[in-house]
Design a protein around this ligand. Structure first.
Ligand code: CO8
Length: 260
C-alpha cells in the first residue's frame, strides 16, 4: 500500500512504521492518523509480522505532536471526535498482539509522547526531547497523556510535566522511567534492530500471552490479574512452541519457534 505521510517496511518479520513529514517534525495530521490506522491494521493482520518498530523520519523528531495548523478553526466537537479516534489508534497499538518498539530519534511531544507511551519498549536517542507542551497552546493532552504518563511515572511527576509543558532530555526521561534505554544517536536504529530481531526469534504466542497478561492485569486488582496470568500460562502449554522450547532446553540446543 502506498502511503503519503508514513512509510511501512516489512522485512524479516519486522515491520517498521516511519512517521514521515520531516519538514513539520513529523507532526500528526489527519492524513497521518488515517494512514497509521491502516498500517496498524495491516501489521496486525499480517502473520509474517512478529515485531513492530515505530520511528520518525529525519534527524530531529519522532513526532512533535498533533499538527497545530489543523487546530485553527477546529470546533469542540471535532476536537473531541479527533481525540477519540487517536485514542482508539493508540489503544490498538498498546493492545497489538505483537511487541511494539518505539525508536525515539528526537522530539516526542504532545501526541508524539503519547504515541511513545503506547509502545511496549522505548529506546531513545540521547538527543530525544520529551514533553506534553499542550498547556502552552491553551489546551491539554488529548491522546492519553494525562493518563498514561501518571501511570508510568506517578501522579506528582506527571502533573509537573503536564502543568509546566516543559520538555525534558533523554537522561531525565530515563530516570523517570519513561524510557527503557538511552542510546548514542547514530546507534539508535542498530540497537533497535537487535532488540527487534531478538523478539522476532521468540515464540509469537508466548509474546502475545505475556503482553496480554501485563496489559490486562495492570489496572485491576492483583488477585484477578494473577488468575488471568494463570489461564494464559495454561494456554501456552497447548502450543507447539512450548513443546519445542522445553525439548530444546533439555536437548541443550537453541529453540526454533514457529508461533504455533
Ligand atoms: N504542528 C505543526 N507544525 C509543527 C509542529 C506541530 N506540532 N511542530 C513543529 N512544526 C513545524 C514548525 O512550524 C516548522 O515549520 P516551518 O518550517 O514551516 O516554519 C517546522 O516544523 C520546524 O519546527 P521549528 O522551526 O519550530 O523547529 P525548532 O527546532 O525551532 O523547534 C519544537 C522545535 C520545539 C518541537 C517546536 O517546533 C515546537 O514547539 N513545536 C510544537 C510542539 C507542540 O506544541 N506539540 C503539541 C501539539 S498538541 C498535541 O499534540 C495534542 C495531541 C492530542 C490529540 C489530538 C487531538 C485533536
Amino acid at each position: 500500500m502506498a502511503f503519503q505521510t508514513i512509510e511501512l517496511q516489512i522485512e524479516g518479520g519486522i515491520a517498521t512504521i516511519m512517521l514521515s513529514r520531516p519538514k513539520a517534525l513529523n507532526a500528526l495530521n489527519f492524513a497521518m492518523v488515517g494512514e497509521l490506522e491502516q498500517a496498524v491494521q495491516q501489521v496486525r493482520d499480517d502473520p509474517t509480522v512478529r515485531v513492530v518498530v515505530i520511528t520518525g523520519a529525519g534527524e530531529k523528531a519522532f513526532a512533535a505532536g498533533a499538527d497545530i495548523t489543523e487546530f485553527k478553526g477546529m470546533s469542540a466537537v471535532d476536537a473531541w471526535m479527533f481525540t477519540q479516534r487517536i485514542q482508539r489508534l493508540y489503544l490498538e497499538i498498546e493492545r497489538l498482539a505483537k511487541p511494539v518498539i518505539a525508536a525515539v530519534n528526537g522530539f516526542a511531544l504532545g501526541g508524539g509522547c503519547e504515541l511513545m507511551m503506547a509502545c511496549d519498549i522505548v529506546y531513545a536517542s540521547e538527543r530525544a526531547k520529551i514533553g506534553q507542551p499542550e498547556v502552552n497552546l491553551g489546551i491539554i493532552p488529548g491522546a492519553g497523556g494525562t493518563q498514561r504518563l501518571s501511570r508510568l511515572i506517578g501522579k506528582q511527576r506527571a502533573k509537573e510535566l503536564v502543568l509546566t509543558g516543559d520538555m525534558i532530555g533523554a537522561e531525565e526521561a530515563w530516570n523517570l522511567g519513561l524510557l527503557n534505554k538511552v542510546i548514542a544517536h547514530d546507534q539508535l536504529m542498530t540497537e533497535v534492530k537487535k532488540l527487534a530481531e531478538k523478539l522476532a526469534a521468540k515464540g509469537a504466542v508466548a509474546l502475545k500471552a505475556a503482553k496480554e497478561a501485563v496489559e490486562e492485569g495492570y489496572d485491576i486488582e492483583l488477585e484477578r490479574g494473577i488468575a488471568n496470568e494463570g489461564k494464559l500460562f495454561g494456554l501456552c502449554f497447548g502450543t507447539e512452541d512450548k513443546v519445542e522450547g522445553v525439548n530444546a532446553f533439555l536437548e541443550k540446543r537453541p529453540p526454533q519457534f514457529r508461533g504455533k
